[in-house]
Ligand binder design. Structure first.
Ligand code: PMT
Length: 417
């Protein structure tokens, strides 16, 4: 099921021009299935009208601390308790100051005082106001109180100045909101992920590659980040924006991917798990020509000599000397792109490569594999486990995989090495 379906989100708006971006946050959350309760301050209503908020949220605006429409006058308590998440966007300097002081002079600040659950704050103000010692103090207080922050970002401001103070973009706020609500089952863990294709160059203008878009690896990286992990994402050439918070290592060839992977696997502090979704080229040209290969005046047959690439998954798995981190088993997960007879071939591959878990996907099946937004995976393990996951968005495949990896790290099967 969609993550946001059935979630109840309070959107608290302060009085800043960035409120126009909050409308997009509301729109996207509603589209994803969340219920939105808009709670603007008096100043916020100078920038967006109650009618705009009501139309976008499909719910009336809540802005009165003492509303005759509320039978018991306890709206602030009810709202504070029933919401899954409160997002304050934009959080102006004044609103941050009132929150840090624990003031309760309107519905929004009052419900924040009554709130026990997560609160996400997206500040927006002029750079000088953001840098002011008073604002810095207020932010520190609120962080110490456990409030979560996203942004502000650096760039040009509505006031014409440039600096730090732009409210985070809607996509960033949505991702931060999602992370605020995801259980931290990989907190303190460091996870290595490979993604995308590799390119094996023939000459300065040509290469051998494959159809991997990197989507599967990106979703695994996002799921790990949401679960609280530190992520090292080693990827071939892809056209995807870096996942927020991941350390990315862009490589081109299989040999470069191997070097980057070993660096992360063998460095200090090391990684707890490696999840290798990358479609690594099995072969590379035996020699790379320094000049462009010429066709000549008359086209002739061209024979390419290929040499095998190192197998990163098999190397990591065979390296028993470095199979633990802080005394705990490290988990190694491979992906197998198969076409037909997938389970049998997958079992052979698991035995040959020696990893702990193998996610088999039949890339010839509709909606599966390269470039698709969905995937159907059979997960098999050295311990004999088998799980069949139906066709799901890659996001959900990744979420299931991360849950399995977290369980594996916490409770390695006794049969495992
Ligand atoms: O990127 P997308 O467009 O989202 O597509 C996703 C995907 C189809 C690429 C992904 O789901 C997938 O199947 N990835 C593995 C592709 C692959 O190379 O499969 P393989 O069966 O050839 O390799 C098995 C495993 O060995 C993989 O974990 C691979 O990373 C690893 N390998 C392979 C060759 C090699 N030289 N070194 C390796 O480490």
């Amino acid at each position: 099921m969609n993550f946001w379906h059935g979630k109840q989100i309070i959107i608290g708006l302060g009085g800043g021009i960035a409120a126009y971006k909050t409308l997009e946050v509301i729109r996207r959350l509603r589209e994803a299935g969340a219920t939105i309760i808009p709670v603007p301050t008096v100043a916020a209503l100078q920038f967006v009208t109650p009618l705009t908020l009501q139309a976008l949220c499909g719910a009336p605006v809540r802005d009165a601390l003492f509303s005759p429409l509320e039978p018991d006058g306890m709206d602030h308590i009810r709202l504070a308790r029933q919401a899954d998440l409160v997002i304050i966007a934009p959080a102006t300097a004044d609103l941050l100051a009132r929150m840090a002081q624990g003031q309760a002079d309107d519905l929004l600040t009052t419900l924040l005082l009554a709130r026990h659950g997560p609160v996400l704050v997206a500040p927006a103000m002029n750079p000088a106001m953001w840098d002011h010692p008073a604002t810095r103090r207020n932010v520190t207080i609120l962080q110490e109180d456990g409030l979560l922050f996203t942004g502000p970002e650096t760039g040009s401001m509505a006031c014409g100045e440039t600096g730090s103070g732009r409210m985070a973009e809607p996509a960033t706020i949505l991702e931060a909101a999602r992370r605020a609500l995801t259980p931290k089952i990989l907190q303190g863990r460091r996870i290595l992920i490979t993604a995308g294709p590799t390119r094996e160059e023939l000459d300065p203008v040509r290469f051998i590659s494959n159809h991997s878009s990197g989507k599967m690896g990106w979703e695994v990286a996002l799921a790990a980040l949401r679960a609280g992990a530190q992520v090292e994402l080693i990827h071939g050439p892809v056209a995807l924006p870096p996942p927020l918070g991941a350390t990315t290592h862009a490589v081109d060839s299989a040999c470069a991917m191997l070097a980057a992977t070993l660096n992360c696997w063998l460095d200090q502090p090391g990684c707890d798990a490696a999840i290798l979704t990358a479609a690594v080229a099995d072969y590379r040209p035996a020699t790379r020509q320094t000049d462009k290969i010429k066709k000549g005046d008359v086209a002739r047959e061209l024979t390419l000599e290929l040499t095998p690439n190192p197998d990163i998954l098999a190397m990591l798995s065979a390296w028993s000397g470095v199979r633990t981190r802080n005394g705990q088993q490290r988990v190694i997960v491979g992906f197998a792109a198969e076409t037909g007879n997938a389970l049998v071939r997958g079992r052979e591959k698991l035995a040959r490569k020696g990893c702990d878990l193998l996610a088999i996907n039949d890339v010839s099946a509709p909606g599966c594999g390269f470039g698709a937004d969905t995937n159907a995976v059979t997960l098999i393990g050295r311990d004999g486990r088998t799980a069949d996951w139906p066709l799901l968005p890659k996001e959900q495949v990744a979420e299931r995989l991360i849950t399995t990896v977290a369980e594996f790290i916490a409770h390695p099967p006794p049969s495992n090495r």
